[in-house]
Design a protein around this ligand. Structure first.
Ligand SMILES: Nc1ncnc2c1ncn2[C@@H]1O[C@H](COP(=O)(O)OP(=O)(O)OP(=O)(O)O)[C@@H](O)[C@H]1O
Ligand SMILES: [Mg+2]
Length: 267
């Protein structure tokens, strides 16, 4: 079977690897998408922790938090990022919160700067398979959503030459008039979607693999939980239809309109 030719990368969550018929194909750029607080960053922490365990090189770019905040969150799930940083297995890059000459910080949310920085760090980390998290990639086009697809394509094209397997998160940051996020889904090799809903007065979270090229992946939606000391835990498949926890129609309409506009603007 051709399946045997595909090398798959563990996500760090064994049940999600099973849903992915073994893991993410090496070298893929996978979009991790969803609303705020539903587990995207925590999933990315698992992915990096697994890379550390397996001796990969790891880069975690955060546009949302400081390096210290990422380290603290990781520690809550028992992931020892400080040692990995000391041992040269992990570099955490944050943005817009350090002096401009800081080696591990981005001084602007510019995709070319991002790619340049990531390559520079990869060179330093040395030879070997590398895992990259960009959390979030959508932050790079917050003020120019029409560029989403072009930027995503650029990032994918350049980074693929450097042997990364990449998770790029994308938010639907819905404001009164804009919805961001589209662009990366079309370009990405895979889409892992997180969702949330309140049912019977409780916040519940879900995950579904919406796309994974070259992969006979599970098509069910799974309920997940985030557990202190452990991290992301799969509760089990749900028989709810995706429509049952859809975004409000007003929001969906905004996304569709925004998507249409962005497609019209890009040649
Ligand atoms: N130590 C912990 N124990 C249990 N749950 C936690 C713990 N730390 C965080 N959480 C839960 O995880 C949520 C945050 O998840 P995460 O940061 O992955 O969201 P996200 O999808 O990245 O959101 P955003 O788009 O806003 O960045 C918190 O709101 C909280 O419910
Ligand atoms: Mg996050």
């Amino acid at each position: 079977m051709s399946e045997a030719l595909i090398e798959r990368i563990s996500t760090g969550v064994p049940e999600i690897d099973k849903m992915l018929a073994g893991g993410i194909p090496k070298g893929f750029l996978v979009a991790v998408v969803g609303e705020p607080g539903c587990g995207k960053t925590i999933f990315c922490l698992h992915f990096i922790n697994e890379g550390i365990r397996r001796g990969d090189k790891n880069i975690f770019v955060t546009t949302e938090e400081s390096r210290e905040s990422i380290v603290r969150q990781a520690l809550q799930f028992g992931f020892d990022f400080p040692s990995a940083v000391d041992e040269g297995k992990l570099v955490i890059v944050d943005a817009l919160m350090r002096p401009p000459d800081d080696e591990f910080s981005l001084s602007s949310l510019d995709v070319e700067d991002l790619v340049r920085k990531v390559i520079q760090i990869k060179r330093k980390l040395g030879y070997g398979h590398a895992r990259l998290v960009i959390d979030s990639l959508s932050a790079f086009w917050l003020d120019k959503p029409a560029m989403a697809r072009r930027y995503s394509y650029f990032v994918k094209k350049v980074l693929s030459r450097w042997g990364f397997t990449t998770l790029a998160t994308s938010q639907y940051a819905i404001t009164t008039s804009e919805a961001f996020g589209f662009g990366i889904e079309h370009v990405a090799d895979g889409i892992i979607r997180f969702r949330r809903a309140v049912r019977k007065g409780m916040l519940r979270r879900y995950i579904i693999i919406e796309k994974m090229r070259q992969t006979p992946h599970d098509k069910r939606m799974y309920e997940i939980d985030i557990v202190d000391g452990t991290g992301l835990v799969i509760v089990g498949p749900t028989d709810m239809r995706k429509e049952d926890i859809a975004l409000p129609s007003r929001v969906v309409r905004q996304i569709v309109e925004r998507k249409k506009a962005s497609e019209e603007e890009i040649p």
